[in-house]
Design a protein around this ligand. Structure first.
Ligand SMILES: *Cc1c(COP(=O)(O)O)cnc(C)c1O
Length: 369
C-alpha cells in the first residue's frame, strides 16, 4: 500500500501467523496469554485485542495498568484481563470493570483483602506474582508462606494463577541464571499447590521463554513481542513477521551547497553538495533524537538514506544525494524487510523501545485479508 502521509500499517494477518507459530512451539494444552500493554506495543490495543478475541487466538489478556484494562472492557473485550501492575488506588475500577489484579507484595495483598471484605467480594480472581530473580515485582520465596496463610481460608479472593517473570530469557549466556529462576518458580509452585485447596494455573515464559525454555511453559505463557513479530534472535526471527510498518513520504527536497547547514543547531554542515529530503515524522512521533546525526536511516526507493542533522519534533531530514527520488515519494522508516529491530540497533536500543514509542497521532491502517 503506497502512502501519502505518515502511517503505521498494522498487518493483522501477520499477527495471526505469528501467534500460530508461537503456539506451534507449545503443547496443545498450554494456555496463551496475549500481552497487550502499552497500546499492544505501540500498535492499538483495542484493534489487536479485538482481532485476537474474535479469532479465538488467546485464553487471556494482560495489560500493565488498570487504565489499559478499562479501555479494553469499554471496547467490548470479554476475555479475562490480568493487570500486571495495579496500585491500591485502582481497586474500585478493577472491580467495576472485572479486571484481575496481580498481588505482588504483602502490602497490596493486605489492602486488597481488606477492600474485598468491605465490598463483599467473593472468590474474586487474583494472580500472585513470585519473584525468582528479576527483583522488580513479586513475593520472595521466604515470604510466600505468610501470604498463603492469609489466602488459604479466605473466601474474598481466589488465586486464579501464579506467575513469575524471566530476566534474561533471550540471552543464552544467562542460561544458568534462567534455569535457576525456573527451579525457584517450581519451589513456589509446590508451596502454592499444597497450601491452596483449588487448582492454580502457573506461568513464567515471555516470548523468548517460549522459544528457548519450552520446559518452563507450565500451564500458560505470556507473549508480547513475539506476536508483534520479533523473536529477539536472528535465527528464530525467520519464523516471525513484524506486523507494523512505519511509512511516510518526502515533503520537500533541498540541495545544500558546501558550507550550508541543515536543521536546528546546524546539526549537519555540508562538506559536499548534499541533496536532502524532509520527512513528516519526528521525535514527537517516536523517532528519538538519538537517531539523528547519521545514526538512524530510512529507505527510499529501496535505498538507505541516513538521518542527518538533528531530529526535529515533527520532521526528520535525510540525505538522498545518490538516490533517485522526488517530492511525494514513499519513505519506509521500518517494515518487514527493514525491521524496527535493525533501526533500533543503530541507536543502541531494542525493538521494544522503538515500537512502543509510536505516537498516537500517527494514523493506524490495518491490513486484513
Ligand atoms: C511485558 C511482559 C511480558 C511480555 O514479554 P515479551 O518479551 O514481550 O513476550 C510478559 N510478562 C510480563 C510480566 C511482562 O511485563
Amino acid at each position: 500500500m503506497k502512502t501519502e502521509e505518515t502511517v503505521l500499517e498494522i498487518d493483522l494477518n501477520a499477527l495471526e501467523r505469528n501467534i500460530h507459530y508461537l503456539k506451534s512451539r507449545l503443547k496443545p494444552t498450554t494456555w496463551f496469554l496475549a500481552v497487550v500493554k502499552a497500546s499492544s506495543y505501540g500498535n492499538n490495543s483495542v484493534a489487536i485485542a479485538t482481532h485476537i478475541q474474535k479469532k479465538k487466538l488467546a485464553n487471556y489478556f494482560a495489560v500493565a495498568y488498570t487504565s489499559e484494562g478499562i479501555a479494553l472492557r469499554e471496547a467490548g473485550i470479554t476475555l479475562p484481563i490480568l493487570v500486571l501492575h495495579p496500585q491500591p488506588i485502582h481497586f474500585d475500577d478493577i472491580v467495576k470493570y472485572n479486571l484481575e489484579p496481580t498481588l505482588y507484595s504483602k502490602r497490596i495483598t493486605d489492602l486488597f483483602l481488606e477492600y474485598g471484605k468491605n465490598h463483599n467480594l467473593n472468590k474474586y480472581l487474583v494472580h500472585l506474582k513470585c519473584n525468582t530473580g528479576l527483583n522488580r515485582l513479586g513475593f520472595n520465596i521466604g515470604e510466600v508462606d505468610e501470604v498463603l496463610d492469609l489466602l488459604k481460608n479466605n473466601s474474598v479472593v481466589e488465586v486464579k494463577t501464579a506467575y513469575s517473570h524471566l530476566a534474561a530469557s533471550e540471552d543464552l549466556a544467562e542460561r544458568e541464571f534462567t534455569e535457576n529462576q525456573i527451579k525457584t518458580f517450581i519451589a513456589f509452585q509446590e508451596k502454592i499447590t499444597s497450601a491452596l485447596p483449588y487448582k492454580v494455573i502457573y506461568h513464567q515464559c515471555n516470548t523468548s521463554g517460549i522459544l528457548n525454555y519450552p520446559q518452563a511453559q507450565f500451564d500458560m505463557v505470556r507473549c508480547g513481542i513475539g506476536m508483534y513479530g520479533f523473536a529477539n534472535d536472528v535465527v528464530l526471527q525467520k519464523n516471525l513477521t513484524p506486523i507494523m510498518a512505519l511509512k511516510s513520504v518526502i515533503s520537500q527536497i533541498h540541495t545544500l551547497q558546501v558550507g550550508d547547514s541543515l536543521g536546528y543547531n546546524r546539526g549537519y554542515i555540508a562538506d559536499h553538495i548534499t541533496k536532502t529530503a524532509t520527512i513528516p515524522v519526528g521525535h514527537a512521533d517516536g523517532i528519538n533524537r538519538i537517531y539523528g546525526k547519521g545514526k538512524g536511516f530510512v529507505f527510499i526507493n529501496g535505498q538507505k538514506a541516513p538521518i542527518i542533522g538533528n531530529v526535529c519534533m515533527d520532521m526528520i531530514l535525510v540525505e538522498v544525494t545518490d538516490i533517485a527520488c522526488e517530492e511525494g515519494d514513499e519513505v519506509i522508516v521500518f517494515d518487514k524487510e527493514h525491521t524496527a529491530e535493525v533501526l533500533a540497533e543503530s541507536a543502541g536500543t531494542i525493538s521494544y523501545e522503538l515500537i512502543t514509542s509510536m505516537a498516537h497521532r500517527i494514523r493506524r491502517v490495518y491490513i486484513l485479508k
